[in-house]
Design a protein around this ligand. Sequence first.
Ligand code: SF4
Ligand code: SF4
Length: 398
Amino acid sequence: MLGLEQYREAMERCSQCGYCQAACPVFSQELLESYTARGRTLLIKAALMDGDLPVGKRTKEIVANCLLCGACAHTCPGGLPLDEITVAARSLLRPGGPAASLRRSLHRKLMEQRGHPGSLGKLGPLGKTLGLAPADLPQPAARPFLADQPLVLRPSGEARARVAWFVGCAANSLHLDTARAVRKVLLANGVEVALPEGMACCGLPALAQGEVDLAQDLARRNIAALAAQEVDAVVTECTSCVLMLRDKMSRLFEPESPEARAAEDLAPKVMEAGAFLDQLGLSKTPRGRGISYTLHQPCHAAGFAQQVQAGLALLEKVPEAGYRPMADPAACCGAGGDFFLKNLALSRGVRRSKLEQIEQSRAEVVVTPCPACRHYLGLALGPDKVKHPLAILAGAYE
Ligand code: SF4
Ligand code: SF4
């Protein structure tokens, strides 16, 4: 994911088959060929690589109007890395000037602080009141989860496994209930948990902005923190972090470089926390919990859907809890990280059909391992109606 030119050969392999169009949630709303991966890729090549078209406002809009959900890349029979091509184009189109540079340095600080803005957090409510920040921007907790944790969490009794827990930024600063649930279920099942020092944001939000340099810096920090750990797995409760640490991190660097090799070594150990527990097996029997739930599978998790399904299988072990499938659990919810903050109408249009499916499932709560999906669905359904899957299991241990 270094520059557009490295994707030229892949771009020229596009057969124009149109499978990406059928998979694209943005196309389903806008019905514009330029918003499909096929159309966008042709434009990127013509305007940003070959100089056959001018780079104007409309080019920037088309490059920006993508959720980076990856549904197109997953469905493409040619295996084109379509999401990465869009990231590389965004990197070239990054705005310059003092305002963009200030925004970039605030962004960097936030990601280095694991999503917690510290004293800058006080500016959030003020910004909303003054109309400078979107009203749908989530509010961070007063104190991040990691501020009160030791470097190692030990279960009572002998440990059955040892993991490094990559606490995602959302669990650290927004959804502390998720972090507490993960801690509870890991410890209850005899897992020793290392919380390595020095970790930063996984870097996926930086990539979505085209900030490849920042994503590389964050990856170097995370590799240094995690590679030193002698563990059975690196677990995280966030599917965006799984995507980054497992599938994307090595692609940030030149092939065969020391960073790429270290990231490749780490990748097979990365697991969604529920999938890890399902594989280990529960040693503590959950109590009965009369609750019905449906699953929203994040679309960016298409490449490791079996991990999301394994997390769901874990919930089948909770007596009296009932799964009510929706018609298409993997259909996009419209969040796209922070895409929904800038593309209100488009995101709401995508979310509408998801909400219909949720209603038809007649489940009491929606479970999803993606914090952005959780937040965005929660804005429509109410925050208590959307949870991390492990919160159901944690509730059965109370
Ligand atoms: S699915 Fe892949 S090969 Fe087919 S049109 Fe889209 S980008 Fe091209
Ligand atoms: S990443 Fe998602 S939103 Fe973007 S073009 Fe592909 S399918 Fe459409």
